[in-house]
Design a protein around this ligand. Structure first.
Ligand code: NDP
Length: 293
């Protein structure tokens, strides 16, 4: 039997549609017009494509798009100077610096320079700390998007064994922390390159989340029959037959795994659109917080 393919694209579209109404209502009632500043340094093709997707979503939801496309040669001081200006600009509610940054810029200094109230990516240590101790703050977009996907697909997390492959600060680590919250109540195992027998771990998963950045590494033999498989990976693999010379591929070997799993997310049109929808959600929240002040 083939797995049910979770349509992240449609779920994200319905989230954006609700956000569009809320953005307009907030503006009408309070005069606050939600605004996100997106900063891109350099021209990394994947980053350009992510930023373009974010700009499209801003336009669709009726938010103000304050985009900055800076040259690769931008210095750390220049970038920090721009963030300082945006931090004190009351008409800007969220600030997003597209990662990765060029090697001469210290990413963690940049992340920490954004005031936590405008850190809609949820990467600032204050927001990370708030997430861990379950205080209000911005949750990182991809983990939040995965949780919404699970909920919308009707996948029960309570009591489930969730195995997360990957422990990055932006995906694996926060997702494993969130899944273990009482409201989701999953039993969580986190795997990484130091995991001794990965297939033995992944085969125990009721919910298997792949966030390793390694094309098709989760094969059918690594999946328990009936598991829900969420593929966060977005990998560019060379494909001479494709127009751009590459195609996008997840961390999951989609065809064979979909024969075994009960639910699966595709790449593209799975987790990716949810990440952008959650960025819009966090920006709307930042604008609401301003309106309340
Ligand atoms: P990182 O490279 O920062 O982290 C990858 C993690 O996976 C690390 O913890 C690493 O372990 C682990 N890992 C890598 N290979 C293996 C392996 N063979 N076995 C076990 N563990 C492994 O990646 P990110 O978390 O930033 O991103 C992961 C993937 O998700 C990428 O493909 C990225 O493009 C995609 N992504 C997608 C998003 C979306 O919106 N859909 C958003 C963000 C990322 P260790 O710590 O030991 O090195």
């Amino acid at each position: 039997m083939s797995a049910f393919v979770i349509d992240g694209f449609s779920i994200a579209a319905s989230v954006r549609s609700r956000i569009t109404s809320e953005v307009s209502l907030l503006k009408e009632k309070t005069g606050v017009h939600a605004c996100l500043a997106v900063i891109l340094v350099g021209e990394n093709p994947a980053s350009v494509s992510y930023v373009t997707g974010k700009e499209k979503a801003l336009a669709e939801t009726g938010m103000i798009d304050r985009s900055y496309r800076l040259p690769e040669s931008t210095t750390e001081d220049e970038l920090l100077g721009l963030i300082k200006t945006l931090n004190s600009d009351d008409s800007v509610h969220g600030i997003l610096v597209q990662l990765p940054l060029p090697g001469h810029i210290d990413e963690s200094r940049v992340i920490m320079s954004i005031v936590p109230e405008k850190d809609v990516d949820g990467f600032h240590p204050v927001n990370v700390g708030n997430m861990v101790i379950e205080r209000p703050g911005f949750l990182p977009c991809t983990p939040r998007g995965v949780l919404v996907l699970l909920r919308e697909a009707g996948i029960e997390t309570k009591g489930a064994h969730a195995v997360v492959v990957g422990r990055s600060n932006i995906v694996g680590k926060p997702l494993s922390i969130l899944l273990a919250r009482r409201e989701y109540n999953a039993t969580v195992t986190v795997c990484h390159t130091g995991t001794r027998n990965l297939p033995e771990m992944t085969r125990q998963a009721d919910i298997l989340i792949a966030a390793a950045g390694s094309p098709a590494m989760i094969t059918a033999g690594m999946v328990k029959p009936g598991a829900a498989v969420i593929d966060v990976g977005v990998n560019r693999v060379e494909d001479p037959a494709a127009k751009k010379g590459f195609r996008l591929c997840g961390d999951v070997d989609f065809g064979p795994v979909s024969e075994i799993a009960s639910y699966i997310t595709p790449v593209p049109r799975g987790v990716g659109p949810m990440t952008i929808a959650m960025l819009m959600e966090n920006t709307l929240q930042a604008a609401k917080n301003t309106a309340e002040k």
